[in-house]
Write a protein that binds this ligand. Sequence first.
Ligand code: KG4
Ligand code: ZN
Length: 428
Amino acid sequence: MQKTILAIETSCDETAFSILRDGATLSHQVNSQADIHAEFGGVFPALAKREHDKNFAPLLALTLKDAFGIAPSALSATSASEQGEKSEDASPSNLDAEAIAAIESLLSREDDMARDLIAYLQSIPHEDFIRLKSDIDAIAVTFGPGLEPALWAGISGAKALATAFGLPLYPINHMEGHMASVLTSAGSSDASSPDANRGIADISFPAIALLISGGHTELISIASWHDYSLIGHTVDDAVGEAYDKVARLIGLPYPGGPRISKLADAWRKKDPRPESEFSLPRPMIHSKDYDFSFSGLKTACLYAVRDKQKAQHDEPLSDERKESLAAEFEQAVVDTLIRKTRRAIEGHGARTLIIGGGVIANQYIRESFAALCEEIGCGLLIPEKDLATDNATMIGLVAHMQILDGKAGLIPGSDEFASLRASGNLSL
Ligand code: KG4
Ligand code: ZN
């Protein structure tokens, strides 16, 4: 039996919706707030939540249009309360007064979202609304880890939708989503093709997962899917966070990862390449555990920049120096990630390395791990680049696997449903 899932992700600064049918992607929509947060040098949680609230209904509309061709009828663009009361109208209302009251109560802290979502749901032609209710089988939403205000936007919106459509709700761990991101290709043009998905059955266990994002740097040992143990993590900054902070140091906006990586790339491509003036530490590279530390590396960058500027009468770093610093920073990151991951693979006899998280969008890091896995004869699974950074397809994939495993979702109105909360520090 085919299962169709509407998945939602709002744990950081991306509002994302996806529709999956039997694990294949019917729609994949991501609205990034990066430009809005750029001037603050990082993600501001209250601002992120406000943006999620604002984007929720419009992005949902785009997703349902993309996947099912559902378009609001122009005639229905009246206010939410008018909509709820038009009971003796020719066309029946999608939401009755009770449903509207329930949604308004679930979204009592998301004023804009409540208004927009109710208006949008009411504007869907009634026969399309009925079709949606039967076409979609479940709603999935990230409930942690992440920024709690941002997570709440997705959770409240997901509860409202589950209530409106009468569907079970699957709360999903964001980090498990990053792991699952290796199992498919985003927005696959041929979504119905069974080849669009790599099944879990194709993965050779035991495996090691390296999760590298703006909030996490973790090594996980995987005996089989769902059987995870955390074997190492960062003791201070996450690797993506270090990229973002070093970028800020040299005057580049958030998110710093892609920008630093571009500078580093320009330096590596120089021919002839001048001798680098920077030599940065590789913190904890020789420690006998699987832990990481990136805060010292960031501080070393800070001192290196300060010293160079002092020597140049406070002139800002030249573009060439920025490139050379970025390349040395990136090399320090790669050396550390590779060394610890290699030890984890060898120490656990892993047959597959799975890498997930925004930082694996980085081409140099991808190539470095491909070379490692080739050298030591280990399978490598990494997501397509647009599935590396936050998205809802990966969240839907985890729900898809849970449904295959026979797991039940939370039923609207039940105690479990009511008590689902954002869990900022959720672990695997
Ligand atoms: O997984 P993600 O989208 O969000 C979190 O869950 O944190 O990861 C975002 C992080 C940011 O720190 C960003 O700078 C970093 O991933 N990132 C990169 C690249 N693209 C994104 N870091 C290095 N190189 C990249 N190309
Ligand atoms: Zn993430």
